[in-house]
Design a protein around this ligand. Structure first.
Ligand code: PGA
Length: 249
């Protein structure tokens, strides 16, 4: 059985001091749960702080929001997968829409980052999603599946089976506009079918998260859908009490 996954993408918020206070307050009200997994994605400077705070909790994990695809070298300002691992991360977001659309990251770069993550033993969470204009042009599935295939290009089936995926329509991120649970589920069905084509029955066990203006009120509705295995939450994950309410959904 797939455990539901609740992922918090803090984006460029919560430096080490805030992160420490957040986790302290969160842990005080969130005893260990056997039936769900929570993954925090703090900024790189706060990863060690959060990783140390949740070390004794197998139901909680920590990831980074981005990595470079090289393991080391002259790439000023970048962090690599082995470094993220060393800092306590077990997961990494790859191809988040802000990386794609604010920083111009290509589909191919996302594929290279997935490979770098796997080399270092990190679990990649490959994010895919269409722009509003692409949705309106009826291109949602084509865009999402193009991003998906480029992200897993060249991988062996067991590697893909060990990944996580997140569908995040770009027009729903940070806008307060969420895809309806049925619309989101329809895209998840297409992602599942593409994964099945690529890796067979193992695709059934791969978690596919939904992200984009997830809140405490819509999270239970989204999670009730057959193919939505978890949520990736930005804005609503920034406050410890609000996040606690979502992960108890
Ligand atoms: P949001 O962000 O929940 O603030 O829409 C989600 C994300 O970007 O992962």
């Amino acid at each position: 059985m797939k455990l539901p996954i609740f992922a918090a993408n803090w984006k460029m918020n919560h430096g080490p001091t805030d992160a420490r206070a957040f986790v302290k307050s969160f842990l005080a009200h969130y005893p260990r749960q056997q039936d769900r997994k929570v993954v925090f994605f703090p900024n790189a400077l706060s990863v060690t702080t959060v990783a140390e705070a949740v070390r004794d909790r197998p139901d909680l994990a920590v990831g980074v929001q981005n990595i470079h695809f090289e393991d080391k070298g002259a790439f000023t300002g970048e962090n690599s997968a082995p470094m993220a691992r060393d800092a306590g991360a077990t997961h990494v977001l790859v191809g988040h829409s802000e990386r794609r659309h604010v920083f111009g990251e290509s589909d191919a770069a996302a594929g290279q980052k997935v490979q770098a993550a796997l080399r270092a033993g990190l679990t990649p969470v490959l994010c895919v999603g269409e722009l509003l204009a692409e949705r309106e042009a009826g291109e949602t599935e084509a865009v999402v599946l193009r991003q998906l295939r480029a992200g897993v290009a060249g991988l062996e089936a067991p590697q893909v089976a060990g990944m996580l995926f997140a569908y995040e329509p770009v027009w729903a991120i940070g806008t307060g506009r969420t895809a309806t649970p049925a619309d989101a589920n329809a895209v998840h069905v297409a992602i599942r079918a593409a994964l099945r084509e690529a890796i067979g029955e193992r695709a059934m066990g791969v978690p596919i998260l939904y992200g984009g203006s997830v809140s405490r009120s819509n999270a239970p509705l989204l999670l009730a859908e057959e193919e939505i295995d978890g949520v990736l939450v930005g804005g609503a994950s920034l406050d410890a009490d609000g996040w606690n309410a979502i992960v108890r959904a």
